[in-house]
Design a protein around this ligand. Structure first.
Ligand code: AMP
Ligand code: ZN
Length: 137
């Protein structure tokens, strides 16, 4: 348990949450500041901050629960779609430094995440970055 981690405290039952799903490794609960009704967070009970710091077996457990919880959130919120989002690092919008996956129900035309600043690679840049990434695997 990490010191001063609000999600560790929620996982340990020291801070209340509206639980949706729980097993020995994973907890899902309602986000206290929902982007839309039914916005749910899925966390490992153990403290990890980012995806690449979390053991693959723990990620596998999260991923094996996500479809079940997402299906329930999707059905219960009468949504037209949903986003599964995981912010990694402050620069990416991560405020709570305990790994979590957002399930955010979406309605057609709701305007959430309307900014998607897609760009184009200049000649040769895509190959260069792909090679750089492969070299780090
Ligand atoms: P992120 O920006 O990805 O770190 O998202 C953190 C999320 O945690 C936000 O959507 C908050 O609304 C949510 N959150 C923070 N504290 C609580 C809490 N005590 N119970 C439920 N959700 C929380
Ligand atoms: Zn934690």
């Amino acid at each position: 348990m990490a010191e001063n981690c609000i999600f560790c405290k929620i996982a340990a039952g020291q801070i209340p949450s509206l639980k949706i799903y729980e097993d020995k490794e994973i907890l899902a609960f309602l986000d206290i500041g929902p982007i839309s009704e039914g916005h749910t967070l899925v966390i490992p009970k153990q403290h990890y901050t980012k995806v690449h710091e979390c053991p693959p077996q723990v990620l596998a457990s999260i991923m094996s629960v996500l479809p079940k919880v997402a299906a329930a959130v999707f059905a219960a919120s009468a949504a037209d779609g949903y986003n599964i989002l995981c912010n990694n690092g402050r620069a990416a919008g991560q405020l709570v430094e305990h790994l979590h996956f957002h399930i955010i129900p979406r309605k057609t035309g709701d305007g959430v995440f309307s900014r998607w600043p897609a760009s184009k690679y200049p000649q040769g840049k895509a190959e260069e970055i792909a090679e750089k990434i492969r070299a780090k695997l």
